[in-house]
Design a protein around this ligand. Structure first.
Ligand SMILES: Cc1cn([C@H]2C[C@H](O)[C@@H](COP(=O)(O)OP(=O)(O)O[C@H]3O[C@@H](C)C(=O)[C@@H](O)[C@H]3O)O2)c(=O)[nH]c1=O
Length: 182
């Protein structure tokens, strides 16, 4: 597994190394020891599937309130997505900065996101499916979110007029007091 650093501290793009033969390839997608060596979360509590019918769908920008902020590992297993991470750590030198990554069922890249970041994505194809590994147990009471189109972040999305949930459409504008003091 190749761990690529990003512009955001602690966020890694993980590229499985493919061992190819006449059948296809084999590649490791997770290794507890390699995660531990880098100080990354090694105990994922829940795995979830996110299935998206339409191209242009946006889910995000989601995070968990303290002290329940969690690590996530995101993988696209079908179709492709434009995956976006925003730094919402109070006092961080990259506070409110974001980076986008293309994850697809073909490149098999995965994104590791530690606590302190808001996460979202836009589907680039219909029927795009993601797998999530999360370090925490889901609790609706600690879920929080920032607007995907919040001027505080200026995220450049690929498609306009996205399909989004009612909840995401009505998220409050970002305020600095929402930043996470980790
Ligand atoms: C996230 C989640 C949702 N649910 C339920 C709640 C609801 O009935 C249904 C859909 O939930 P949501 O609308 O919150 O799903 P969604 O908007 O896809 O939320 C996800 O968005 C991306 C961007 C993330 O980063 C994830 O951590 C998560 O927040 O699934 C769970 O049971 N467990 C979970 O872990």
């Amino acid at each position: 597994m190749l761990f690529h650093t990003t512009s955001l501290e602690g966020v890694f793009l993980i590229e499985p190394e493919q061992l190819t033969d006449n059948r296809g390839f084999f590649a490791r997608a997770f290794c507890r020891d390699q995660f531990k060596e880098r100080g990354l979360e090694e105990n994922f509590q829940q795995w979830s599937i996110s299935s998206n019918i339409h191209k242009g769908t946006i889910r995000g920008m989601h995070f968990q309130n303290l002290p329940f902020a969690e690590s996530k590992m995101i993988q696209c297993i079908q179709g492709s997505v434009y995956d976006v991470v925003v730094d919402i750590r109070k006092g961080s030198k990259t506070y409110k900065q974001w980076e986008a990554f293309r994850l697809s069922g073909e490149n098999h890249h995965m994104l590791y996101i530690p606590p302190g970041y808001a996460h979202g994505f836009q589907t680039l194809e219909p029927h795009s499916t993601l797998y999530y590994h999360m370090s925490g147990i889901y609790d609706p009471a600690v879920q929080n979110g920032a607007r995907y189109d919040d001027p505080a972040f200026h995220i450049k999305w690929i498609y306009q007029d996205p399909v989004i949930s009612e909840r995401d459409a009505h998220l409050a504008p970002w305020r600095d007091e929402y930043a996470l003091h980790l």
